[in-house]
Design a protein around this ligand. Structure first.
Ligand code: FAD
Length: 394
């Protein structure tokens, strides 16, 4: 059975789902509030669990060409830079899980997903369409837009992000609690970096009291991506576009090792972005008869496992399979959410727990905690080993 499916939101999740569904023969319309398709200038990491889906869509070659394959995931002390734990990513990740670990520029990745969806249907994405709500009928669903128009389909997928209007209509406003952390974000062209700023081609995580910093390369190594998460009472917006003064960033990482200083010193003074990180408790139901949630709309997460987009990509594949396995839409939506809720809640909770691990109060506490925990072994066991195309759906 194939359907006419409406998707709210052309982010990484909405676009992936659109292609998965069109590949399976469904007719899809994606409604996006922005006047233009695009993503912001930052990095994104894609592990094997998500890569299986992208490969199935025929995107592997483009992703390999545009991305960087980090040698390892390396945890370092904030002050000395000393390595405290490492697990291999490149060959080992691929041989264990059957797909690579890749770091990409978000804009490049979004562009690939948009082109893929448009290959299936050049008119699949409708821009300048801000969703305001929906009406569910016995035999369909109507999506309403701010411009007064509407669209009708058999099924609605809300991929409208962490402030989802559709989730709000379904369940009321979700409580978002400030975590106490803000995430700095910037990218630096490598030719601007001094010798200290030239880090290993790895996923480097520097951990220290009350803050941590993540550095990795993009675009064949031409660009360094920096994310610095700091505990602060200065609450700003949850937004990719809010800028903060470079001087505050410099102050936040005062006393950190020369690698981090070199990256911050090379940053464009007018392009330091800061996002206030909020926690939302995982929900235990995210579907009605003809409406369901996907990606951040369903399970917003802290970025401390780098899995928000990966979960959204997994969702699209599992939902497509569920629709093929059940005769009715309500049954398919139940199958989808039943098979996604526990996994995504575990990722959200583990990401939240990593805040404690990455921000321990002293060098000794950090050493002790990492001595007890093997981050690579844990993630390889349950996180990266999941394949949304083959996992049994029960
Ligand atoms: P979004 O990307 O938010 O897309 C939602 C779309 O819906 C947008 O295009 C928006 O304009 C549109 N929209 C919203 N409201 C409406 C409306 N009313 N009407 C119409 N359209 C609407 N994840 C990873 O997997 N790996 C990483 O390395 C990683 N790093 C991260 C680093 C940071 C600092 C942060 C904050 C997050 C990170 N994430 C990472 C998480 C990841 O960015 C998100 O989980 C992912 O982008 C969610 O995708 P989405 O499509 O569900 O939502």
């Amino acid at each position: 059975m194939t359907y006419k499916i409406l998707i709210a939101g052309a982010g990484l999740g909405g676009l992936t789902a659109a292609s998965c569904l069109m590949k399976a023969g469904h007719q899809v319309e994606v409604y996006e509030q922005a006047p233009k398709l695009g993503e912001i200038g930052a990095g994104i990491q894609i592990s094997a669990n998500a890569m299986h889906v992208l490969r199935d869509l025929g995107l592997e070659t483009a992703i390999r060409a545009a991305g960087v394959h980090p040698a390892a995931y390396v945890f370092r002390l904030f002050d000395s830079g000393e390595e405290i734990q490492r697990f291999s990513l490149s060959e080992e990740h691929e041989s264990k899980h059957g797909a690579p670990y890749t770091q990409l520029h978000r804009a490049d990745f979004h562009d690939m997903l948009a082109h893929k969806a448009q290959e299936f249907d050049p008119n699949v994405v409708r821009l300048d369409k801000k969703v305001t709500g929906y009406t569910e009928h016995e035999d369909g669903v109507t999506l309403h837009f701010a411009d007064g128009t509407s669209a009708r389909g058999d099924l609605l997928i809300a991929a409208d992000g962490l402030k989802s209007v559709i989730r709000g209509q379904m369940f009321g406003e979700t409580v978002a609690t400030y975590t106490g952390d803000a995430a700095w974000r910037l990218t630096v062209p490598i030719e601007r970096l001094s010798a200290e700023g030239q880090l290993e081609r790895a996923m480097s995580v520097f951990v220290g009291p009350g803050k941590h910093a993540v550095c990795y390369y993009l675009r064949g190594g031409d660009l360094l991506n920096f994310v610095g998460c700091v505990e602060t009472d200065d609450i700003s917006e949850e937004s990719w576009t809010v800028k903060y003064p470079w001087e505050n960033l410099k102050e936040d990482f005062r006393g950190w090792n020369p690698n981090i200083q070199a990256v911050i010193d090379a940053a464009d003074r007018d392009a330091c972005y800061r996002w206030s990180l909020h926690y939302r408790k995982p929900i235990t139901n995210w579907s009605t008869k003809r409406v369901t949630l996907l990606g951040d709309a369903a399970h917003p997460t802290l970025p401390y496992l780098a899995q928000g987009a990966a979960m959204a990509i997994e969702d699209g594949a599992v939902l497509t399979r569920a629709l093929a396995m059940r005769q009715s839409i309500p049954d398919a939506l139940q199958l989808y959410q039943r098979n996604r809720i526990d996994r995504t809640a575990r990722i959200v909770e583990q990401s939240t727990a990593n805040r404690t691990l990455f921000h321990l109060p002293s060098e000794q506490a950090i050493r002790d905690a990492f001595a007890k925990r093997n981050e690579g072994e844990d993630r390889n066991k349950w996180l990266y080993s999941y394949n949304p195309l083959t996992v049994p759906l029960v």
